[in-house]
Write a protein that binds this ligand. Structure first.
Ligand code: ATP
Ligand code: MN
Length: 426
């Protein structure tokens, strides 16, 4: 059975009048007007109007439900329709797949469906052009990230997601049975990417990671996509600059490559102004004026208030050591502070990064200080005796970046099949 199409809808145009085409897609609308039946047919690139003339064809589609899949062989011709510059007169119509009626959601979006119903019918929800546009933009964002990092000399790697010991301490880890052993799902590639600087110097990974946190917010998922880098011979502000380049390039690339998608979503993507502002943790607690003292963590309410004062992108730098994980390097001129940064968009944390310790004895001391057992990290620490270069890196939440890019608050909207404490299906 021949299934091929000669054209996508997006490749048809008015100058093709008289040309024979084979197209295929989903029936978005079906109107009978006397001796004619009009179909609106959509594929991933666009829509076209099909006109069916003659009893046989009309009978064929008479009880055809919307979102059924058809293949049409026909000829491009003039149209009287206001919404279409041309139409395709059907000579042969093949029904390839029938959709049920009623569908669980209206994928055209004429009837708004709530997010739970849409997520329960996600594949169908992608027939909604707004939803499809989000994921086309996500594709372009990923393209841009890979392009930028490759141009900067980074090598893309894949590290294990099934791990035998807790990489950054035990909290937040999903555990799983691994035959007769205990294993965990990786919460980040932190230790692996650091080790990989020994051999590859500059690495990046784009992957799912897992956090067993019962967070019910619009920015937390139990499975999220992280963009991680690690680079040697550079300090924390150098990798912050790389992050700034990666993020601004995403905006520029999506602005250029997703013109139709921006229209459909009713947004304008613009390259943000650089350099991003740098606010020290010390400045931040002073600006907040809430009597916070060095070492106090910034709670959600604090970040909301800071976000009002700094509505766009900014770096929050030089956090106290005691708020940072064991692998973070102290500031040489003030060892109670760390060489670290968060990239914020208003209240929203998009990324955390910093300079890492590369002296294994310092790491052992920090592990002990934080109540962790250095002997459980010996597999990792071995690599620090094999010529570990000084290195820095960051992890960027792709889902949160997509939510900023698309101006949609809930990360569930920008993830195809989100996982949260309540949602494990589909
Ligand atoms: P938060 O304080 O917002 O929970 P975090 O500081 O625990 O985040 P990091 O360990 O710094 O997160 O991870 C790096 C980045 O990965 C974060 O800045 C964020 O963009 C993203 N990220 C982390 N956890 C999640 C999550 N549960 N859901 C979605 N994105 C996440
Ligand atoms: Mn963080």
């Amino acid at each position: 059975m021949d299934l091929k199409r000669t054209h996508y809808m997006g490749n048809l145009n008015v100058s093709m009048k008289g040309q024979k085409v084979i197209i295929g897609g989903w029936v978005e609308d079906l109107r009978e007007l006397g001796k004619l039946t009009f179909l609106t047919l959509r594929d991933v690139t666009g829509v076209a109007q099909i006109v069916i003339v003659g009893e046989d064809g009309i009978k064929q589609v008479k009880d055809l439900n919307r979102q059924s899949v058809v293949r049409v062989t026909g000829t491009v011709q003039d149209t009287k329709a206001r919404d279409f510059p041309f139409e395709v007169k059907s000579e042969k119509i093949e029904i390839l797949s029938r959709a049920v009626h009623p569908l669980p959601i209206d994928p055209i979006g004429r009837l708004e469906s709530n997010i739970d119903n849409r997520l329960n019918a996600r594949a169908l929800d992608l027939r909604n052009q707004k939803t499809a546009s989000i994921f086309k933009m996500r594709h372009h964002a990923l393209q841009s990230i890979r392009k930028t990092l490759t141009e900067l000399g980074f090598i893309e790697v894949n590290t294990p997601k099934i791990i035998g010991s807790a990489s950054e301490g035990g909290a937040n880890l999903f555990s799983l049975k691994y035959f007769d052993k205990q294993a965990y799902l990786a919460q980040s590639p932190q230790l692996y990417k650091e080790q990989l600087t020994v051999g590859l110097e500059r690495v990046f990974e784009i992957s799912s990671f897992y956090r067993a946190e019962k967070s019910h917010t619009v920015r937390h998922l139990t499975e999220f996509t992280s963009v991680d880098i690690e680079a040697d011979f550079v300090d924390y502000l150098d990798v912050a600059e790389i992050l700034e380049t990666v993020v601004t390039n995403v905006f520029e690339y999506v602005e250029k490559n997703c013109i139709e998608e921006q229209k459909i979503l009713g947004i304008e993507v613009k390259k943000p102004k650089t350099p991003f502002e740098r606010v020290t943790y010390k400045q931040a607690i002073e600006e907040l004026g809430l009597g916070l003292v060095e070492g106090d963590d910034l709670q959600d309410s604090h970040l909301r208030k800071l976000g009002e004062m700094h509505p766009g992108f900014y770096f929050l730098i030089d956090w106290p050591m005691k708020l940072k994980p064991f692998y973070i390097h102290e500031k040489e001129d003030n060892p109670s502070l760390s060489k670290s940064f968060d990239l914020q968009y208003g209240y929203l944390e998009l990324s955390s990064g910093g300079r890492r310790l590369h002296d294994p004895n310092k790491i052992r001391a920090r592990l002990t200080e934080q109540g962790l057992n250095p002997s459980q990290f010996e597999d990792h620490l071995k690599a620090f005796d094999w010529g570990m270069p000084p290195h820095s890196g960051w992890g960027l939440g792709l889902d949160r970046l997509m939510s900023v890019l698309t101006k949609i608050d809930n990360v569930r909207e920008v993830v195809l099949y989100p996982r949260d404490p309540e949602r494990l299906f589909p």
